[in-house]
Ligand binder design. Structure first.
Ligand code: G6P
Ligand code: ZN
Length: 543
């Protein structure tokens, strides 16, 4: 074994997006592509000597190859120890959990989250810092800057190691400890939730369907729901992680989790349905013939947080991303705690959680989490909901409707226009930006504009400012139109249109969502000339 210094040259476009660097597998497997990026991460991290690194991924195609490369490079940079999930598997929340539990200096997550996998699919890599959360922008910017000046990388020429046997092996001076990917995480869940009460639900006949979408959460869900809590065998479907996710799109929304939605629509549907994404950090909650929006889920968990042992003391605050509905704000107001509005991207919650200014966080993109780790956490949300069902002895639909009756309903929908021309998308955004100054006070349909801006955020902890985080058009009654371009896609651009309308009157809580938002959809279409500029008559995905 020897450490080699290999000459290289900068590779264009290695800029981390909303959640790490994501590219097609074909791009990642080009010579030196992965090596250059990992070297840039290690250069940015600084001295790695004596440190512990956590490593794992969602099991997608190229995961195992990339893991061997990262291990060889970590050894060449003096890491003392790598904690590696068996088979190269660790969900994103489990990486966060293990970093925190073992005092690691950081972790590398190999995943492109909810993007499709396979030889023609996507791959990704993301660095998390010592608090267990995604590296903040100043670090990802520094990594990108480093990729542009890189001349060499360091790597051991050691042979591949066995990824599938628990225990320790050495590469150069570094110890690689292959760990059970589920154990630490399951232990943490047991501390947070009332497993006896949830177990009693299953013993009493509650039926659940958890769709692992052939991604990383399957093993976690099987171990915790079926083996520890006693849900009947077969409660977890598509539970085996596959390199191409079985050809599916591992994004838990009503469109992609169609098998789950079909089961939850049957006459004899289970009482509770849920799905998670590629790397296990997203969640979708479904009742019998009843979808729960992620924004409502955050608000409902916040309103009822003290049912769970881990949150008995109450919440210090709530945080939500800007495009997420204001349902949580109403709960925060009722609880007398602050509600923070951050840009899209879980990394923006890290400082608030570290400073104990927020306990629960959530995003409209099927992400919910808390201060237990520094990532959003799919199975955590499922367990929180099960704890809630146990405490209330009500159905999912009853819980949601009761919440609306108390706080009012924030009708909410997101329209995605995927894979559109990048230049056209940028022009669309610029064209709307150009209109913003003239909008306040203007009558649009039945609405009057109160505020129109491009959202910027000043982090209350470190004072850092993030600009251009999405266009907001807020009406005098609080209804909103939000437009932004996705930061996670790998093909062309994706335009996201977010629509929200508040309705206090319980007699008006039963309108179909798209109908309730019809006025706002029409206004957004005209203002942004969406069909003219995208060439599309309708969104590709509506959630
Ligand atoms: C990832 C991030 C989330 C973010 C989501 C949507 O899942 O972890 O924090 O909300 O992507 O990002 P996008 O830029 O595609 O809207
Ligand atoms: Zn994810």
């Amino acid at each position: 074994m020897a450490i080699q210094v290999i000459n290289t040259a900068p590779i264009a476009g290695q800029q981390p997006g909303t959640s790490g660097l994501r590219k097609k597998v074909g791009v990642f497997s080009e010579p030196q592509y992965l090596e250059n990026f990992v070297q840039s991460v290690f250069d940015t991290v600084g001295d790695c000597h004596g440190q512990t690194l956590v490593l794992g991924g969602d099991g997608r195609y190229y995961n195992r190859t990339a893991i061997q490369t990262v291990l060889r490079m970590a050894a060449a940079h003096g890491y003392a120890r790598v904690l590696l999930g068996r088979g190269g598997i660790l969900s994103t929340p489990a990486v966060s959990c293990v970093i925190r539990k073992h005092g690691a200096s950081g972790g590398l997550i190999l995943s492109a989250s909810h993007n499709p996998g396979g030889p023609d699919g996507d791959f990704g890599i993301k660095y998390n810092i010592a608090n267990g959360g995604p590296a903040p922008e100043k670090i990802t910017d520094a990594i990108f800057a480093r990729t542009k000046e890189l001349k060499q990388y360091r790597i051991s020429d050691a042979p591949d190691i066995d990824l599938d046997t628990l225990g320790e092996v050495r590469i150069e001076q570094m110890v690689v400890e292959v760990i059970d990917p589920v154990a630490h995480y399951a232990e943490l869940m047991q501390q947070l939730f009332d497993f006896d009460a949830i177990g009693a639900l299953f013993a009493g006949g509650l039926r659940i369907c958890f769709d692992g979408m052939h991604a990383v959460s399957g093993p976690y869900a099987t171990a915790i729901l079926e083996d520890m809590l006693g849900a009947p065998k077969g409660s977890v479907i598509n539970g085996l992680p596959l390199a191409d996710f079985g050809g599916g799109h591992p994004d838990p929304n009503p469109v992609n989790a169609h098998e789950l939605i079909a089961r939850m629509s049957q006459d004899d549907a289970p009482d509770f349905g849920a799905a998670s994404d590629g790397d296990g950090d997203r969640n979708m909650i479904v009742g019998r013939r009843f979808d729960v929006t992620p924004s409502d889920s955050l608000a409902i968990l916040a309103a009822n947080a003290t049912v769970a042992p881990g949150y008995r003391e109450g919440l210090t605050g709530i945080a939500r991303s800007m495009p997420t509905s204001g349902a949580a704000d109403r709960v925060a107001a009722a609880l007398g705690i602050p509600c923070f509005e951050t840009p899209t991207g879980w990394k923006f919650f890290g400082n608030l959680l570290d400073a104990d200014m927020a306990t629960l966080c959530g995003e409209e993109s099927y992400g919910t989490g808390s201060n237990h780790v520094r990532e959003k956490d799919g199975l955590w949300a499922v367990l929180f909901w099960l704890n809630l069902l146990a405490a209330k002895q009500q159905s999912v639909e009853e819980i949601v409707r009761a919440h609306w009756a108390t706080y009012g309903r924030n009708y909410y929908s997101r329209h995605d226009y995927e894979g559109i021309d990048s230049a056209a998308a940028a022009q669309l955004m610029d064209a709307v930006r150009g209109q913003l100054a003239g909008l306040p006070g203007r009558q649009l349909g039945q609405y009057t504009v109160a505020l129109a801006d491009d959202f910027s955020y000043t982090d209350p902890v470190d004072g850092s400012v993030s600009y251009k985080q999405g266009i907001r058009i807020i009406m005098t009654d609080g209804s909103r139109i939000v437009l932004r371009l996705s930061g996670t896609g790998t093909e062309g651009a994706t335009l996201r249109l977010y629509l929200e309308r508040y309705e206090a009157d319980p007699a008006q809580h039963g309108i179909p969502t798209q109908q309730a938002l019809g006025g706002l959809i029409a206004i957004a279409g005209q203002l942004a000339q969406i069909s003219e500029r995208t060439g599309r008559d309708a969104p590709t995905v509506t959630t």
